[in-house]
Design a protein around this ligand. Structure first.
Ligand SMILES: [Fe+2]
Length: 307
């Protein structure tokens, strides 16, 4: 098996202002399923084509944003070796006991130089209503709403993206598939992958630490993006931009906000990345086309609004 180490983004825990409004948005509109509720009020959701117990965790709080993002690794021994490698580059690594989230094994946790917390885990229970494995139909039930296939990636905003790049590439074996550089060669945005996806996480340079730009869900195709746009208008969901396409990663996309102001993306497509691919570089004078290929400019809201 070629894929070892960090396999994929597994979950993200989001802060929301009103839990019931948030559950309705993520389930009825994006099309996730509610899996369970914790005694502490957290709600666990998954997309229809995900095997694991959950991928989205909602926590009611006074401010919106991201608590942390979890990456699944191939085996338990990876947790100790990655913890050691992260520690060697500076960040402190703590352990989160098994069961802190339902069905999830022990996690190792660190805060990246951009102020974002990341957890690694090797074990998560398989969901009861996950994808079929014998004579597998496309889905158990017709997907609802935008019919999100899976949680795919996050885009985060933070200050020390060079420091984060070092952790992800040198300690966790991610590759930088694509980036944006200013005329002095300073990195403005980094698109990192641990797989054959164009990105599993992206980070944009920003003066504040620990900011959340969006979490993204995969849809089937360009028609599904159009259907998502229909849902956004029908239910008066706050739309940021799209349907359009990215130059960076080449995904077809639409952005909108959950009721708490956290930005969501649904997207389709994008290129396949292999570890021997050369780095793709966008220069800041063409970054409008890089971010939004058709508009060739970036709306103020897209750059400025983060939670
Ligand atoms: Fe995205």
């Amino acid at each position: 098996m070629a894929m070892t180490g960090v396999l994929r983004p597994g979950f993200v825990q989001l802060r929301v202002l009103d839990i019931e409004e948030a559950v309705a948005h993520y389930c009825d509109r994006i099309g996730l399923h509610e899996v369970s509720r914790g005694s502490d009020g957290r709600v666990y959701l998954k997309a229809y084509d995900e095997f694991d117990h959950h991928s989205i965790v909602l926590r009611e709080a006074d401010s919106a944003g991201m608590d942390y993002m979890g990456f699944k690794v191939a085996c338990d021994e990876d947790l100790d070796s990655f913890a050691k490698r992260v520690k060697a580059l500076g960040p402190d690594v703590t352990e989160v006991p098994a069961g802190e989230q339902p069905g999830v094994g022990r996690r190792v946790s660190f805060v990246a130089p951009t102020g974002h917390r990341f957890d690694l885990y090797a074990d998560m229970e398989i969901a009861e209503n996950g994808p079929m494995t014998v004579n597998p139909d496309l889905w158990r039930e017709v997907p609802k709403g935008m019919a999100a296939i899976r949680f795919d990636h996050c885009l985060l905003y933070g200050d020390d993206i060079d420091g984060a790049l070092k952790i992800f590439t040198e300690a966790l074996d991610f590759k930088m598939a694509e980036c944006v550089k200013d005329p002095d060669g300073v990195l403005i945005a980094i698109f990192l992958t641990c797989s054959t996806k164009a990105h599993d996480i992206a980070i944009i340079r920003h003066e504040e630490k620990g900011k959340f730009h969006h979490c993204s869900f995969l849809l089937e195709d360009w028609n599904a993006i159009g259907h998502a746009a229909d849902i956004i208008t029908r239910y008066d969901i706050s739309r940021d931009i799209g349907p359009t396409r990215h130059g960076l990663t080449r995904g077809q996309t639409i952005y909108f906000f959950d009721p708490s102001g956290n930005r969501n993306e649904v997207f389709a497509g994008g290129y396949a990345y292999y570890p021997d691919n050369p780095l793709r570089v966008w220069k800041t004078d063409e970054v409008g086309k890089g971010i939004f290929y058709y508009e060739r400019e970036i709306p103020e809201s897209f750059m400025g609004v983060v939670t």
